[in-house]
Write a protein that binds this ligand. Sequence first.
Ligand code: PLP
Length: 418
Amino acid sequence: MMNVETAAEHERVLADLLAGRYPDERGRYGPFGGRYVPETLIPAHERLERGARRWLADPDFQAELNRELSDWVGRPTALSPAPHLSKRWGALVWLKREDLAHTGAHKINNAIGQALLARRLGAKRIVAETGAGQHGVASAAACARVGLPCTVYMGAVDMERQAPNVGRMRLLGATVVPVTSGDRTLRAAIDEALRDWVSDPTATYYLLGSAVGGHPYPYIVRELQAVIGREARAQLLERSGALPDALVACVGGGSNAIGLFHAFLGDRSVDIIGVEAGGRGSGLGENAATLVNGRPGVLHGSYSMLLQDRHGQIQETHSISAGLDYPGVGPEHSLLNSIGRVRYESASDDEALAAVRECCECEGILPAIESAHALAGARRWAALHPGVRILIGLSGRGDKDMLTLTQTLLSQVQAGRP
Ligand SMILES: *Cc1c(COP(=O)(O)O)cnc(C)c1O
């Protein structure tokens, strides 16, 4: 049992959070967050912080952003009741359909918002990094839309694995630069994008893809993704007249989850669950469940929970879903975890694949494997709480995962295995 003092302290932190006191003036979420970046990038972060505070609160900027979200991204995205999953799980299930957003996932909300911000800040070009290519595609599309040239750094290994997304980025006018240093995947791509930004930090805007990085990035990304939860809360209240009992989203860097959760943090009756990638097991290197298995440390500009060995070396991670395969997590999630406002759990590769199949067969929706982790977590929650009213963030569509699904699920389906 938690002692009374700890409970009171958690209450105090939550009250501060709800009052908008995080990030604080040092870019902190309690002990987490901050700005651990090279000296040469401090002025660029400070400029960005001032710009973000100004423009995100500017009515003219908000009007422009909202216009693009509705005319081009396709917002508001639907809130779908899931009658067949509801019946099977003995729950009342709703899906917030970010899979219906332009380019197929929530990432576009952030990409178009930051591209518009970059233009207001007078940037002449945009750099981004991408792992699986989803953020690269969203960035390339957003840059084409606002008329800024876009360079995307991508690990050479990832370019091979994700060839269709490389083609999409190039068709959308982006320059894709293969990264052959380091691990030749996402981490090396981030290093290269930062190097590019350092070389010309005034004319270049670095478009970061999740709620991670040095301050103000976690704040900017949260503000741009919070539209998911604002819409979902209003849609659910209008449709059913009540809040959900539980809210579930998958957590990689944490952008779709913080976007869904934010509008509900003050609703004490709502249980909030974040689902990380449990991979093949709980051993080192077998998963990407950062909040479940990690310890605090510094990665890519912020102090947050991290998968590391006892010497502080970043651990290799594994997940069947590229979008969750990251050893860090956004600092606001670390705070929400530390005060117990959000529960973080994990779902394994196999549980996620089973959830992809169930969602396809029951609801006629092919979810991204990332999103299927949320479905698997929600299913487990429903089994423990009969009759629960549960809102699930469906962060993206699964078309991009066909290669993986062909090698795994499709053979089971074709062999007629249940
Ligand atoms: C990238 C991605 C994620 C993980 O990123 P977050 O920042 O944790 O949201 C989840 N779902 C989909 C569909 C993605 O493309």
